[in-house]
Design a protein around this ligand. Structure first.
Ligand SMILES: [Zn+2]
Length: 323
């Protein structure tokens, strides 16, 4: 194609892998996706990653010559000193030379970053926070992911191992987290946490719309049902969501106090209940954050790009990372 520059972004998820070709205005011009089939050896997965990426380029009418780098987001970390992927729980990989495997198939500079960091970066480049340079993003799904962007660059700490906002300590000696620690933000603010809390609560208070909405079978409880019951003013659901918002506000106020971003972005499935979350969250943050009266607080807003944020952020990693 002409002289225009394009970018190749990749999102390696536990369920699907997606390659996206992105233009210089952060628009995804073509996407290809296949199931990840996690649990396979890294040789097979990296081969598929390259194939899907080449297919995306081909179907966009481009070749590798039109692309300057291959940016990849995945739920893991690569140590920039050793170039080893430290660990990826969903995939069963530990200390693997991921760059070596990938570069066998595509000869471009490769940049790898944690997927939550890519999503935050994508939202700052082209989504909800495009007017800002400093943002903190929380992805509220089955877990809680976190990404920090400072001065339009991903901030991931020493050796790229930081920004684990979901595993910051919210409650001393609190609920056991998937990471093995106790009291992490994720143990209170993930959808898994909300569902666990609700299942416990309906046992003692079965006269609730929550159980009606799932056909009296508490195994059918999900985040949407709890939010819907709260929308219809079910007292138990309102209590549960109020408590959820208190925990989330406590976590966010800490991030505001440390990083002072211009804006906080909420993404992930839980953020779809923005009608119930945003206003009370912003109010609570104002009353419970350090020096809010004197210097104000950044607004909490919802992500705009969905899964595309991670692809766009990954595509532009070459602008934020140096290998
Ligand atoms: Zn944890």
């Amino acid at each position: 194609m002409a002289d225009q520059k394009f970018y190749l972004g990749f999102d390696l998820g536990g369920t699907n892998m997606v390659a996206g070709v992105v233009d210089a205005d952060y628009r995804i011009i073509h996407k290809e996706s296949i199931p990840t089939r996690a649990g396979r050896p890294i040789e097979e997965v990296t081969f598929d990653m390259a194939e899907v990426s080449k297919k995306a380029l081909y179907n966009a009418g481009l070749t590798l010559d039109d692309i300057s780098s291959w940016g990849i987001g995945m739920p893991s970390y690569v140590n920039p000193k050793t170039n080893l992927l430290v660990h990826a729980n969903n995939f069963g990989w530990k200390n693997v030379p991921v760059y070596d495997h990938l570069s066998r198939h595509i000869s471009l500079p490769i940049y790898i970053e944690n997927d939550a960091n890519c999503a935050a970066y994508g939202e700052v480049l082209a989504g909800a926070a495009s007017k800002y340079t400093d943002a903190v993003m929380l992805t509220l799904g089955t877990g809680v992911g976190g990404g920090i962007v400072m001065n339009k660059k991903i901030y991931a700490g020493f050796d790229n191992m930081g920004a684990e906002l979901g595993h910051t300590k919210l409650v001393y000696n609190g609920i056991r987290c998937t990471c093995g620690q106790k009291g992490c933000l994720e143990s209170y603010c993930s959808s898994t946490a909300l569902i666990r809390k609700t299942k416990e609560a309906v046992d003692t208070r079965p006269d609730t719309l929550i159980l009606q909405l799932c056909g009296q079978d508490k195994e059918g409880i999900n985040g949407e049902i709890v939010f819907e019951a709260a929308r219809r003013k079910d007292p138990l659901a309102v209590e549960i969501i109020d408590e959820y918002i208190c925990h989330l506000a406590a976590g966010i106020s800490t991030f505001i106090t440390i990083f002072r971003p211009e804006v906080i972005i909420l993404g992930g499935g839980m953020a779809q209940a923005e009608d119930l979350l945003l206003e009370p969250l912003n109010q609570q943050l104002y009353t419970s954050t350090f020096a809010a009266e004197e210097i104000g607080i950044p607004r909490v807003i919802c992500a705009e790009l969905g899964n595309d944020a991670g692809i766009i952020g990954a595509a532009f990693l070459e602008k934020t990372m140096q290998k």
